[in-house]
Ligand binder design. Structure first.
Ligand code: MLC
Ligand code: AMP
Length: 503
């Protein structure tokens, strides 16, 4: 009888050991266990049973972290969602996931009620106050973790589709537990570590890499509500490790307070979710004396590859397959690529998701006939055994570590009265790596940039809305009539000053 993920998350931390430092409030592993028990009891009282989905759209707080742990303990798959999503975006996820419970900010409750279907709604705000907190406070701390098999689901995480709607990646207890265990060992996490946790916890990086790795090692976390470069630098003397997206590293480098002394006590800086420029890697090493450890993963697979803890961390390379993970590159013809040859990256291993929620057709299409997952990423494995990524098959834009699918943004822009058509591209940007940019063809009378942005406000989360809108008489097309986005990208490559600023 066990709950493999929950058991492992709490296996290493001694009850009295520090787990979370959240400003004035600190929590030991014992406190975390008790808080988690109260929320798990509250979930049970609300009728949330094993397998029931819990949709969570909350600001980052210790309470929202505890809710994740309580869902694992209660056997209820969590569906974490970016708090920046509009109600229009939320409607799809709720209809698709069919949750038993939705937990949202009190300010959102009224709007969410109109979308909830049969789901119950409870609230939690950024300070951890709300109806769920009230229920938990009145509930006992003891709770027997619900029995789960390794194949039972722990989470459903939505990834946007290149075409069509978002797909819910089903993540099992096995996938999450084995991946975090592997990373904790590879990156040498122990109970002596203190991780600066500045990432959001609605995505794989902040939740299943940062939180799971730290807890499984019995380490402590300095839990910051959002990324602020100065707050991270301030925490470094009390910490040993940081995980972040490349934007964190470029913003930290922009601070004169980032020095070798400031970073001195730290032992590990991990980057992932988007390409880390080799220039950033080198600049970081020159300034702090530390080589950033870059790793590669995705929602469907967790982490796949990592630069080594000992040994060479190569700028521009995402490293070697993790222990237990198989990785291959398929050439265009489907044959194994030769060393250095660019092809499709495919992976296999216990870290893989269990398919897309209620979508066997998309699940089937995501795997090769011999059972490997097609990541959609392009890359090459060199003679040195390191994987170097060189782009993606589709037009995916990664901005500040968040994925944006042009098709979704184009559909929203095209729906604005007066717009004839649009093409959305990512252009090099010093802060975000890539910036969402729209090229729009208008009818007569023309529509202004402000009018388009205002119309998008209630449809798209801020990170998906274009940083700039360019107007054109027509879009470049090839002989097949398809918009040639590569031509648009090269024509406007310097719109934000190119990638130079990022180095
Ligand atoms: C916020 N904004 C962004 C943005 N984040 N715009 C583009 N890209 C982003 N990533 C917009 C807001 O809508 C707002 O616009 C304005 O920027 C200021 O918002 P903010 O909240 O103050 O921004 P900031 O706090 O500076 O956030 C930027 C950030 C954050 C980079 C710190 O986005 C972040 O923490 N990103 C990490 C995402 C992450 O965890 N990715 C991992 C995915 S898992 P306006 O117009 O409203 O003013 C994954 C798998 C793997 O990929 O391998 O890990
Ligand atoms: P997501 O769908 O949000 O999980 O994003 C996963 C995608 O992020 C991957 O398929 C890659 O394209 C990208 N990604 C993750 N880590 C890296 C990295 N270290 N370098 C380049 N791209 C990365």
């Amino acid at each position: 009888m066990s709950n493999p993920l929950f058991d492992r998350l709490f296996a290493a931390g001694a009850a009295e050991a520090p787990a979370i430092d959240a400003g004035p409030r600190r929590y030991s592993y014992g406190d975390l266990m008790a808080e988690t028990g109260r929320v798990a009891n509250a979930l049970a009282d609300l009728g949330v049973g094993p397998g029931d989905r819990v949709v969570v759209q909350l600001d980052k707080s210790v309470a929202s972290l505890v809710l994740y742990l309580a869902c694992v303990r209660a056997g209820a798959p969590i569906v974490p969602l970016n708090p920046a999503y509009t109600l229009a975006e939320l409607a799809y996820f709720i209809a698709d996931a069919q949750p038993a419970l939705i937990v949202c900010d009190p300010a959102r409750a009224e709007g969410v009620a109109g979308l909830a279907g049969g789901a119950r709604i409870e609230t939690l705000d950024g300070a951890g106050e709300g109806s769920l907190a009230d229920r938990a406070a009145a509930s006992p701390a003891r709770f027997s973790a619900v029995d789960r098999t390794a194949e039972d689901l722990a989470a459903i995480c939505y990834t946007s589709g290149t075409t069509g709607r978002s797909k819910g990646a089903m993540l099992s207890q096995r996938a999450l537990a084995t991946n975090a265990q592997t990373l904790a060992a590879l990156w040498r996490f122990t109970a002596d570590d203190v991780l600066i946790h500045a990432l959001p916890i609605y995505h794989v990086h902040g939740l299943f890499v940062a939180v799971n790795v730290a807890l499984m090692a019995g380490a402590a976390m300095i839990f910051q509500p959002r990324f602020e470069a100065e707050a991270v630098i301030e925490a470094m003397p009390r910490a040993t490790a940081l995980m972040g997206v490349p934007t964190y590293y470029t913003r930290l480098l922009a601070s004169p307070r980032l020095t070798r002394e400031a970073a001195g006590p730290m032992r590990l800086f991990v980057s992932g979710s988007a390409p880390l420029l080799a220039a950033t890697h080198r600049q970081w090493q020159a300034r702090t004396g530390h080589a950033i450890l870059e790793r590669y993963g995705m929602t469907e697979t967790g982490m796949n590859a990592s630069n080594p803890y000992d040994g060479l961390r190569i700028p521009g390379a995402v490293g070697q397959p993790l222990p237990g993970v198989e990785l291959r590159v398929a050439s265009e013809a489907g044959a194994p690529a030769s060393p250095g040859e660019i092809g499709q990256v495919e992976v296999r291993g216990p870290n893989l998701f269990s398919g897309y929620w209620r979508d066997p057709a998309k699940t089937g299409a995501a795997f090769t006939a011999d059972g490997w997952f097609r990541t959609g990423d392009l890359g090459a494995v060199g003679a040195d055994g390191y994987l170097r990524l060189s782009g993606r098959g589709g037009d995916l834009i990664i901005t500040g570590g968040l994925n944006v699918y042009p098709a979704e943004v184009e559909a929203a822009i095209d729906a604005v009265p007066g717009v004839v058509e649009s093409a959305v591209i990512g252009l090099p940007h010093g802060d975000f790596g890539e910036a969402v940019t729209a090229v729009v063809v208008c009818g007569s009378p023309p529509v202004s940039e402000q009018a388009i942005l205002a119309a998008l406000q209630s449809h798209l989360a801020g990170f998906k809305r274009p940083r700039a809108i360019l107007f054109a008489g027509e879009l470049p097309r090839n002989a097949m009539g398809k918009v040639v986005k590569a031509a648009l990208r090269s024509a406007h490559a310097d719109l934000y000053g190119g990638a130079v600023g990022q180095a």
